[in-house]
Design a protein around this ligand. Structure first.
Ligand SMILES: Cc1cc2nc3c(=O)[nH]c(=O)nc-3n(C[C@H](O)[C@H](O)[C@H](O)COP(=O)(O)O)c2cc1C
Length: 204
């Protein structure tokens, strides 16, 4: 099954209960992650790292530090979206491997100038990249007949220890993917567009 983008957006809801017996094929996961990686990152630094947690024991350990939320163990796949905060300085010429040498040199210089010494910007960039990846992952999964749950209800430090998160990485969020076991609750409510969409400037 595939859905067009608008249908996938409208159909997606946060799945609270997954069918714990439903496996996801390695190929489906590869499709989702392969396509999500085509989302943009600033300067093409591809600073996202996707941890697919498959070990049931590890899932149980993570659930203990995630408010005992059942999605952690019952989803077919638990993805932990992480950001490599220092990706910008790790052989940045790799991010422009296909560019002409002169262009590559310009981009490598620009990357250094943009991120060096700007710790907050480095971290924020990881949040932006993983946020975009998370959106793509959820819509792709939806279009393939899965449900998803974006999650940040967990102890970030404890999960970091469990997955041996490197010092210069940050966990951004989880996306649990699987087969929904029940219909979603009614949607919480959508704010009026007048509150969300601003033309030109915010009011005084
Ligand atoms: C960053 C983020 C973190 C979230 N964390 C959790 C979570 O830990 N547990 C949970 O059940 N839902 C979580 N949600 C789901 C939201 O509550 C849900 O997306 C929101 O209420 C809108 O409902 P809908 O996704 O069904 O449209 C999270 C959503 C986002 C975007």
């Amino acid at each position: 099954m595939t859905l067009d983008v608008a249908s996938a957006i409208l159909k997606r809801r946060a799945t609270k209960q997954f069918d714990a017996r439903h496996p996801m094929s390695a190929q489906d996961l590869e499709t989702i992650l392969g396509l999500a990686r085509r989302m943009p990152t600033a300067f093409n630094i591809q600073n996202w790292r996707f941890v697919a947690v498959t070990d049931p024991d590890l899932r149980r350990e993570i659930r203990k530090v995630a408010w005992d939320q059942p999605q952690v163990t019952d989803a077919s796949v638990l993805l932990i979206l992480c950001a490599d905060i220092k990706a910008w300085e790790k052989s940045p010429e790799r991010y422009w491997a296909n560019a002409a040498p002169a262009t590559r040199d310009i981009m490598v210089g620009a990357i250094d100038q943009y991120y060096r010494g700007r710790e907050q910007v480095q971290r924020d960039e990881g949040m932006r990249s993983c946020g975009m990846a998370a959106g793509a992952i959820m819509l792709l999964a939806e279009s393939m007949g899965y449900g998803t749950c974006p999650m940040d209800g967990f102890d970030f430090d404890a999960v970091g220890k469990l997955i041996r998160l490197p010092e210069d990485h940050e966990i951004v969020m989880f996306v649990a993917i699987g087969k929904p076991a029940e219909a979603p609750y009614p949607t919480g409510g959508i704010l009026p567009s007048s509150e969300i969409i601003v033309t030109d400037r915010f009011g005084e």
